[in-house]
Every structure is written in structure tokens, then in C-alpha cells.
Design a protein. Structure first.
Length: 168
């Protein structure tokens, strides 16, 4: 699946297959997060907290499909193997967003960021940024193997069913 996606991205516009972005991880340390490129070349985020909607013109046709099934996140597994990320945890954010965090919100950096997390299975892009951060802090304060397994199970269900994956 990853090979087919990579070939499709390369054929569609000849650009790079992997998108690299500096994100903030555990203890506030930056790292380079890897994803499959789903936007046209040169389409870095247009602003802090800019939500990518279904009709965003920067997203390629293939990119919409990859995002629909979260295939674009598969390279995050390399970040897990490197120790930058975990399977479950708060999604890593960009540095500009972190600068505005309150001390309580910085608690989300007490754990490794995850490929999936509690906020993702409770609404993903459908919930506001402040609520998403509060859910992340809740996760940090209540994390357990049982909670992680529940999040992984719900993530799997969302991937299979397609419910709640696509941004509004």
C-alpha cells in the first residue's frame, strides 16, 4: 500500500514522496516528523492552526484518498522506531503553536507524541484547538495500558469504518 501511494505521488507531479515537518515532541524537544505528501509541492501550512478542509485546493486528488484512510501517516512509524513518537499520545504540534501554551497545556509534552491519540478518536479535526489540548492533558494525567489499548481499538475501528476520519 505504501509503495503504491509513493508511486502515485511521484507520478502525479514528480515531487517528493515524503513531507518532513519540524514538530515538538517529548519534553518540548523538536524532531522531524515524516508523512506522505498529500498537498501540491510548496504548500506548507498557510498559518498557525490552519485547518485543512475537504475542499482545500492545496490537497491533491490522491492526497484526499490518502488522508481519508490516514495512509499519509504511515511514515510516522519511522518516527516511532527512532523514538521520537509513540503509537499513542498527543499528536505533535508545530513550534509556533507551542509558544502560546499555558503551563498546564505544556503537560502534553510529558509523554511522546503519538500517531493516534485520545483527541483523534474523540473527534479529530471536528473539535476545537483548546478542547483538543485539554483532551491531550487529560490523556497525560490518566494514561494507562488499558486507555492506550482502547484508543488503538477505536482508531482501528475508525480506519475500517471511515467514521470520524475526514476533516470537516
Amino acid at each position: 500500500m505504501l509503495l503504491l501511494a509513493a508511486i502515485g505521488i511521484r507520478i502525479s507531479d514528480g515531487g517528493p514522496v515524503i513531507y518532513r515537518q519540524r514538530r515538538i515532541g517529548k519534553d518540548g524537544e523538536p524532531f522531524e516528523m515524516l508523512k506522505l505528501r498529500t498537498m501540491v509541492r510548496g504548500s506548507d501550512p498557510v498559518g498557525v492552526g490552519t485547518v485543512v478542509t475537504r475542499e482545500d485546493p492545496r490537497v491533491t486528488r490522491l492526497g484526499r484518498l490518502l488522508r481519508r484512510f490516514s495512509i499519509d501517516e504511515i511514515p510516522n512509524l519511522v518516527n516511532v522506531l527512532r523514538g521520537d513518537m509513540a503509537l499513542v499520545g498527543p499528536r505533535p504540534t508545530i513550534e509556533a503553536q507551542v509558544r502560546d501554551y499555558s503551563p498546564r497545556q505544556h503537560r502534553r509534552h510529558e509523554v511522546r507524541p503519538g500517531i493516534t491519540g485520545l483527541a483523534q478518536v474523540q473527534g479529530r479535526a471536528g473539535i476545537g484547538w483548546p478542547e483538543r489540548i485539554e483532551i491531550d492533558v487529560y490523556y497525560v494525567e490518566h494514561r494507562s495500558l488499558r486507555l492506550d489499548l482502547r484508543i488503538l481499538g477505536k482508531t482501528l475501528w475508525m480506519l475500517v469504518s471511515g467514521q470520524g476520519l475526514a476533516p470537516d
